[in-house]
Design a protein around this ligand. Structure first.
Ligand code: BTN
Length: 263
C-alpha cells in the first residue's frame, strides 16, 4: 500500500505534544497527521514494514476504514475522537504485556487529562460504568507491533448502534474536553508504561491493571470458543495477561478474544 502524503500538524496538537515531549521517550519522534485517512494503523504498519524506527506516531482527525478488535469497524467520525497509532519494536519480554500495559496507560492518560477514572475490561477495553470509552488494537508484524488506540471524545456524532454501548469523555464529564491534551497525556502514559515493561517492572503494570479491572473480576462472564459459548466466574489475570475463569469443568485460561459480562 502506498502511504498518502501527510499534512502539517495542527497547532493545538503541536503545542500539546511539545508540552509533554520530555515524557514521551521515543514516542512521537516522528509524527504524521492526516485530516482523513483509511486507518492510522494501516499507515503505521506500512511504514513499519518499510523500516521506520520505533516511536512513529500517526494521528488522524477522522478515519474512513477505522478497525477494531475481532474484525469490527471502529466508528471514526471527523473531530469526534482520538485516532492514533504508534510503531513499537519491543523485545519479546516487553511484547508479552504490551496490550495490557496500553490499556492501563490509556486509562491513566484520560485520568491525567480529565480527572475521569476509567475502568478496564479484559484484555484492554477502557470503560466507564460498563460503556466503552476507548479501545486498543495491537497488531504484530514480523519485527514490530502497531498499537492503535481510539478514544471517544464527542458523543453526538456516533451511529446509534455505537451510542447504545459506548460512551464518550464529554458525555461522562458533562463538559467539553481538550482533545489534544487527552492525546498528549495518553502518549505520555504509554511511554511511562512502556518504560516499566522495558525495565522489568511488569509487576507494577499488572498491579495497575488489576486495580482498574477490579469491577470485572469476581463477576460471571461468557465467551465464545469455536462457535460455542462458555460461562464462568472471572477470577483473576495471570502474570502473562491471560484471564483465568472458574468454570464447571475447572479453571480455564482465556488468552484471546472477548468476554462478555453476564448481568
Ligand atoms: C477495539 O476494538 O476496541 C479497538 C479499537 C481501536 C481503534 C483505533 S483508532 C486508531 C487505530 N486505527 C484503527 O483503524 N484502529 C485503531
Amino acid at each position: 500500500m502506498g502511504v498518502p502524503a501527510p499534512r502539517a500538524l495542527p497547532d493545538e496538537l503541536a503545542v500539546a505534544l511539545s508540552r509533554v515531549a520530555p515524557r514521551l521517550g521515543s514516542i512521537g519522534r516522528e509524527v504524521i497527521w492526516y485530516p482523513d485517512v483509511s486507518s492510522t494503523s494501516d499507515v503505521a504498519a506500512s511504514l513499519a514494514e518499510a523500516g521506520t524506527g520505533e516511536g512513529l506516531l500517526v494521528i488522524a482527525d477522522m478515519q474512513t476504514a477505522g478497525r477494531g478488535r475481532l474484525g469490527r469497524t471502529w466508528a471514526s467520525p471527523p473531530g469526534a475522537g482520538i485516532y492514533a497509532s504508534i510503531v513499537f519494536r519491543p523485545s519479546p519480554g516487553t511484547a508479552r504485556l504490551l496490550t495490557l500495559a496500553a490499556g492501563v496507560a490509556i486509562a491513566e492518560g484520560i485520568a491525567a487529562a480529565t480527572g475521569l477514572e476509567p475502568e478496564l475490561k479484559w484484555p484492554n477495553d477502557v470503560h466507564c460504568q460498563g460503556r466503552k470509552l476507548a479501545g486498543i488494537l495491537a497488531e504484530r508484524g514480523a519485527d514490530h507491533v502497531v498499537l492503535g488506540f481510539g478514544v471517544n471524545v464527542l458523543r453526538a456524532m456516533y451511529p446509534p448502534e455505537v451510542r447504545a454501548r459506548a460512551t464518550s469523555l464529554e458525555l461522562e464529564l458533562g463538559r467539553s474536553v481538550d482533545r489534544a491534551l487527552v492525546l498528549a497525556e495518553c502518549l505520555a502514559a504509554l511511554a511511562a508504561r512502556y518504560g516499566d515493561l522495558n525495565e522489568g517492572r511488569d509487576g507494577a503494570v499488572m498491579a495497575a491493571w488489576r486495580m482498574r479491572a477490579a469491577s470485572m473480576l469476581g463477576r460471571r462472564v461468557e465467551w465464545d470458543v469455536a462457535g460455542a459459548s462458555q460461562r464462568g466466574l472471572a477470577e483473576r489475570v495471570d502474570d502473562d495477561g491471560a484471564l483465568l475463569v472458574r468454570t464447571e469443568s475447572g479453571l480455564v485460561r482465556v488468552i484471546s478474544g472477548e468476554v462478555r459480562w453476564i448481568l
